[in-house]
Design a protein around this ligand. Structure first.
Ligand code: ZN
Length: 176
């Protein structure tokens, strides 16, 4: 079953926004899984199982609340020579999310805007991979006059993981 082996590549597009025992799909469900499997017993009744999952969730939430508290008075470290994008994002994201965003910012130098198409209030940036230019993604900027309404990249990283992708960052850099 190749589909099953490749599940990590496609499942996020389908699980986005669904409800999983009180966790959002964009949160790492691995921590819930690993906690759920601890102390799990095949003789448990459904009620036991629900109580167990409730207990696990409240522990995860407590942990997250503590992480949020730490995040609210910490700004992740950025190098002096870091991209301006990275510096401003360090102020917006929690340290955990910032790590993921930073990975995307580090990838942005691999991409460049190859084509810009304007159509009324929609600007489409075709971003190509520098080393293999046939690999492209379209980043769509929806404008209302001079105001930016939304940005979407067809890689769907923002949609599935709520992290802006390297393609979007390369457009932001392109337009300063
Ligand atoms: Zn993208």
């Amino acid at each position: 079953m190749r589909m099953y082996e490749l599940r990590k590549k496609w499942y996020r597009a389908y699980t986005k926004g669904r409800y999983f025992l009180g966790m959002q799909s964009n949160q790492s469900s691995e921590s819930l899984n690993s906690r759920l499997h601890k102390n799990l017993d095949r003789r448990m009744s459904l009620v036991d199982l629900l109580e167990h999952s409730d207990h696990c969730l409240s522990r995860i939430r407590k942990n997250e609340a503590e992480l949020d508290a730490t995040a609210s008075d910490t700004v992740p470290f950025t190098e002096l020579a870091a991209e301006p994008l990275e510096k401003s994002d360090a102020l917006i994201y929690t340290p955990v999310m910032f790590k993921k965003v930073k990975q995307q910012i580090e990838q942005l130098s691999k991409w460049e805007v190859a084509e810009v198409t304007k159509n009324d209030d929609v600007v489409l940036y075709t971003v190509a991979r520098k080393e293999s230019r046939h690999v492209t993604y379209d980043v769509r900027f929806d404008m209302a006059g001079p105001l930016l309404q939304s940005v979407n990249c067809h890689c769907l990283k923002m949609y599935s993981e709520e992290i802006p992708c390297a393609h979007t960052f390369s457009v932001l850099k392109f337009i300063n």
